[in-house]
Design a binder for this molecule. Structure first.
Ligand code: PDD
Length: 287
């Protein structure tokens, strides 16, 4: 399987031939937004919520876009051999031909997409998923985290901090309230109830977060969207993170302290099963 064909401004071309102007505002200012969408066996997992969020991000930045994205993304995946791929899609405000912070509303956006191979997380069942360690650190980001913007420097710094501490994710805290991970949303379980930070401008509305809540509702698992403190995290029976390419992942330690009994929890196993069933229905078209 090859992942070498990319999409750039209307054309499917070899990655090495794809070039963007040095005056592109995505490069100069991070004036751009993005999405990461998983495809399993060539089929998109949650395309609609990803495109809806992209619409939200584009509207917030007032970037107009007329590209038929479902057609483009499916074609890109097919040209890269189908299979298990994550598609990275980036839309910048475009090339202004010079460096100036203000922009002309008539600019043509730059649209770029490429594929990366991913593991089929559902292939090996819950035993194939490894629990992770996380750290908690200050949330240094701006106050529009609901926009999936490319200005990811704070995220990169905390993710690097996590890696250097031997952890797989950094959970962030702002004014005593847990927000989210550097590239994921946060869930905790306490006494059989699932809790997650509420939506707002301090977190990204994760598509996987949305699916967790939808599946919980259907399965009758009680949940609440609410503020969570560091203490809530330490006292939780289970902690999970969620993201498109990882689905739901159990967190087994926070800042070196064991979560619950240090094993993948029963509610996580249940949620993983619900995700697997959802994935199966998507793959087979069975109800
Ligand atoms: N990140 N919060 C942040 C800050 C994220 O960057 C992400 C995803 C999420 C989860 O969103 P979703 O469930 O829609 O993937 C939450 C992607 C995967 C990335 O940056 O690579």
């Amino acid at each position: 399987m090859s992942s070498d064909i990319v999409y750039l401004d209307g054309a499917f071309i070899a990655a090495q031939d794809a070039k963007v102007s040095v005056f592109d505002r995505g490069f100069l200012f991070g004036d751009s937004v993005y999405e990461v969408i998983p495809f399993y066996r060539g089929v998109a997992f949650g395309l609609e919520p990803h495109l809806k969020r992209l619409e939200h991000s584009l509207a917030a930045l007032r970037i107009p876009l007329s590209t038929d994205l479902p057609v483009v993304l499916n074609e890109l995946v097919a040209r890269n051999g189908g299979g298990n791929l994550s598609v990275y899609l980036q839309v910048t405000r475009g090339d202004a031909g010079r460096r100036t912070p203000v922009y002309d509303a008539s600019m043509q956006p730059t649209v770029f997409a490429c594929c990366n191979p991913i593991r089929d997380i559902y292939a090996d069942g819950p035993d194939g998923v490894s629990g992770i360690a996380v750290i908690v650190t200050a949330d240094l980001r701006w106050h529009r985290c609901d926009i999936k913007a490319n200005g990811l420097l704070p995220n990169i710094l905390v993710l690097q901090q996590a890696r250097e501490a031997g952890a797989a994710e950094a959970l962030m805290i702002r004014d005593g309230v847990m927000t989210e991970g550097g590239s994921s949303n946060l869930f905790i379980v306490k006494s059989g109830v699932l809790y997650t930070p509420k939506l707002g401008s301090e977190i990204l509305g994760g598509t996987t977060r949305g699916l967790v809540l939808e599946l919980a509702r259907e399965a009758g698992i009680p949940y609440q969207e609410t503020d969570l403190s560091y203490e809530n995290l330490l006292e939780a029976d289970e902690v999970w993170i969620s993201s498109s390419t990882r689905a739901v992942v159990p967190v087994l330690s926070v800042d070196g302290k064991t979560v619950g009994d240090g094993e993948k929890g029963p509610l996580w196993r249940r949620m993983f099963e619900l995700f697997s069933q959802f994935h199966h229905r998507l793959m087979t078209g069975e109800e």
